[in-house]
Design a protein around this ligand. Structure first.
Ligand SMILES: Cc1cc2nc3c(=O)[nH]c(=O)nc-3n(C[C@H](O)[C@H](O)[C@H](O)COP(=O)(O)O)c2cc1C
Length: 201
């Protein structure tokens, strides 16, 4: 694909191209992205997550469903994801509906994780106040000791969330950064049809 992002006919091809390249260019967390949500009073929030799967269905990441993001994303079932590649001068913005993914997929992913990450997910009341680092470490140790030699099952409040895109924007300054005449191509879903348009930078 040339640098002209308007040649893409769908957002998934664009994502696949840029993400494959990003993995070659960036050693640490090429899959890091911001997920945004709003709380019940419409206050915005955003935090970094790691994208674990992308398909035609959408963008999947894993988290604690009882965390602040979990509560906020599911209070209106809407979410937003922003991925940025400094190396490629590209950003991808995804707006859509959120859903929990199938338990069986979350189970498989949880089982593939490092045991220490499984323990952390099991003890973490993500986004709640914890008294100190010592308390956290003690809870980790206690859980590890109590479950030594046992398979750690996925906690019910931990699993995958998919953002199902309704609008995906690709921004690129690959052609000419100096003029700020950047390219913005947006794919929008309406009546089950994706349309593509170009936006002013
Ligand atoms: C590089 C990086 C990757 C992260 N990946 C995840 C992730 O995949 N899932 C997750 O729940 N939190 C992840 N976090 C932590 C979140 O940014 C956040 O602190 C946490 O999920 C609590 O957010 P909340 O209170 O808005 O729910 C990551 C943080 C960083 C800096």
């Amino acid at each position: 694909m040339s640098n002209d992002i308007s040649n893409y006919n769908n957002w998934l091809d664009a994502w696949n191209d840029f993400y494959e390249k990003e993995k070659e260019l960036v050693e640490l967390d090429p899959n890091a992205a911001l997920v945004s949500s709003v709380d019940a009073e419409s206050n915005p929030n955003a935090r970094v997550i790691l994208i674990k799967d992308v398909s035609n269905n959408g963008f999947v990441f894993y988290t604690n469903y009882q965390s602040q993001k979990g509560k906020e994303l599911f209070h209106n079932n809407k979410g937003h994801l922003t991925w940025y590649s400094r190396a490629q001068k590209v950003s991808i913005r995804v707006q859509g509906e959120v859903q929990k993914i199938d338990d069986s997929i979350s189970d498989n992913y949880f089982a593939s994780r490092d045991r220490s990450a499984q323990i952390s997910a099991s003890i973490s009341k993500q986004s709640e106040t914890v008294e100190s680092r010592e308390v956290l470490d003690a809870e980790f140790k206690k859980f590890a000791n109590e479950n030594e030699g046992k398979v750690i099952k996925r906690p019910q409040n931990w699993g995958g969330i998919i953002i199902i895109p309704r609008r995906v924007e690709i921004w690129s300054s690959q052609l000419d950064y100096k003029t700020r005449l950047h390219d913005r191509i947006v794919f929008t879903l309406s009546n089950d049809q994706w349309t593509k348009s170009r936006l002013y930078p």
